[in-house]
Design a protein around this ligand. Structure first.
Ligand code: XMP
Length: 467
């Protein structure tokens, strides 16, 4: 028997009676993994032409999440994670300090080098003794003076375990912009700045961890180095580890999942990629916190041509989502999204979030510069199983052998799209519209209300603009 498999362009969503008055009246919150919620169901792909720190930071700022690719040395990948965790940090755990016996000249240099407007001052016992800001230095021309003679000595501070709300109240009451966090012993344990709090209000939907830092995920493989890579990523503060292999329904993935659970306990681990309900069941039982679905739908994928293997993405999502629901485990639909209509169909079919590569790769936040050819601007995009990516990975690993695996991806270019916020607003605008056509205030309702209709070739043509 031959089963039928449908993809994005084979189906449409059936409109239904709607009580939605405004497209702003819909909520896009979702779950990325068992322990991580997002305000936006969008994930940037773990590909070297899509997600490094800049894209991951942007994705978290707008309420989604980015997965840092693994085609980097362990140290470099961990550093990309650290860059995201350091950004918009509400509690700075390791603030810049200076000794009270240092000079104004030294303080000026430190402030310029680190790009900060103030330093916490400590005494010989490493306890907080004052604070030094630009204001303290403004009218003091004598650079050889000691810090202790110019610093502000009366410092308002708080205990390390303070909540952001309480910190805000103290800063407002005392009209201060910096609040040091100090242990009973007098030792400096952190710093909260007004600037970071204000940034948080600018992006109220951003994805944050318990400490107020932006969320970030990172990919690992299933090789011997995986334990060391995962450890470095977790030490750097990564929130989710994503086991990323082409065929996720495999012994190596189960082994890696088991190893990660044994070594690191209750961390968030997503595994993939898969496309069948039996794979979802097996991976869920093996302890994954989320499952990535998609074999061959991606824009740079050639798996279906090279191996003749895959499942059209809408069918894969519907079947995998059904199996995942029984385990209450979120799924991420990965690949093949060409426009906001595809995004809407993926979510309506049962995906909890959607991973995107090609559409994001043309933006400023993706790695690499754009090039101009014949008056048009392009950026580079390549499949991670392409010949070119495989060769570069060998250089990173230090292996010089000829690249032997048959490539299952291609390398090319995409149109330059400017800032990623343009793509996000196109995608979310279309999704909100889709949800209002289906009378859904949130993604749960959207999935419940979704009815797909299979269309013919002429139905597809009818739906495309022909003017
Ligand atoms: P889109 O369509 O958003 O898809 O660009 C991104 C997803 O494509 C997958 N990917 C590959 N699949 N060969 C494949 O068969 C490859 O070389 C390849 N590189 C990426 C991946 O799942 C990604 O998230």
């Amino acid at each position: 028997m031959i089963k039928e498999g449908l993809s994005f362009d084979d189906v449409l969503l059936v409109p239904r009676r709607s009580g939605i008055l405004s497209r702003k009246d819909v909520f896009l919150g979702t779950r990325f993994s068992r322990g991580i919620s997002l305000e936006l169901p969008l994930v940037s792909a773990n590909m070297d032409t899509v997600t490094e720190a800049k894209m991951a930071r942007f994705m978290a700022e707008v309420g989604g999440i980015g997965v840092i690719h693994r085609f980097l040395s362990i140290e470099d990948q961990a550093e990309e994670v650290r860059k995201v965790k350091r950004a918009e940090n509400i509690i700075i755990e390791d603030p810049y300090t200076i000794n009270e016996e240092s000079t104004i000249a030294e303080a000026r240099k430190l402030m310029a080098d680190f790009g900060v407007s103030g330093l916490l001052v400590k005494d010989s016992k490493d306890s907080l003794s004052g604070i030094l800001t630009h204001r303290d230095l403004l009218f003091d021309g004598n650079d050889s003076k000691k810090i202790r003679t110019v610093m502000t000595k009366k410092v308002i501070f708080a205990p390390p375990k303070i909540t952001i709300e309480k910190a805000k109240k103290i800063m407002h009451e005392h009209r201060i912009e910096k609040l040091p966090l100090v242990a009973r012993s007098g030792k400096i344990k952190g710093l909260i700045t007004l600037k970071d709090i204000l940034k948080k209000t600018e992006n109220p939907r951003s994805s944050k961890d318990k400490k107020g830092r932006l969320l970030v995920a990172a990919a690992v493989g299933v090789k011997e180095e995986t334990e060391a890579r995962a450890r470095a990523l977790l030490d750097a503060g990564v929130d989710v580890v994503v086991i990323d292999v082409a065929h996720g329904h495999s012994a190596k993935v189960f082994h890696t999942l088991k190893m990660l659970r044994k070594k690191f306990g209750d961390i968030e681990v997503i595994a993939g990629n898969v496309a069948t309900p039996s794979a979802v069941r097996d991976i869920a039982k093996a302890g994954a916190s989320g499952i990535k679905v998609g074999i061959g739908p991606g824009a740079a994928c050639t798996t279906r041509v090279i191996a003749g293997v895959g499942i059209p993405q809408i069918t894969a999502i519907i079947e995998c989502a059904k199996a995942a629901r029984r385990f209450k485990i979120p799924i991420i639909a990965d690949g093949g999204v060409k426009n906001s209509g595809d995004l809407s169909k993926a979510l309506a079919a049962g995906a909890d979030s959607v991973m995107i590569g090609s559409l994001f790769s043309g933006t400023d936040e993706a790695p690499g510069e754009y090039v101009i050819e014949n008056g048009a601007a392009y950026k580079f995009y390549r499949g991670m199983a392409s010949y070119e990516a495989g060769k570069d990975k060998q250089d990173i690993d230090g292996t010089k052998d000829k690249f032997s695996r048959t490539p299952e991806g291609k390398s090319g270019r995409v149109h330059y799209r400017g800032p990623a916020k343009n793509v996000i607003s196109e995608l979310t605008g279309g999704l909100r519209s889709s949800m209002s056509y289906l009378g859904a205030h949130n993604l749960d309702q959207f999935r419940k209300n979704a009815e797909f209709i299979k269309i013919t070739g002429s139905g597809y043509i009818e739906g495309t603009a022909r003017n």
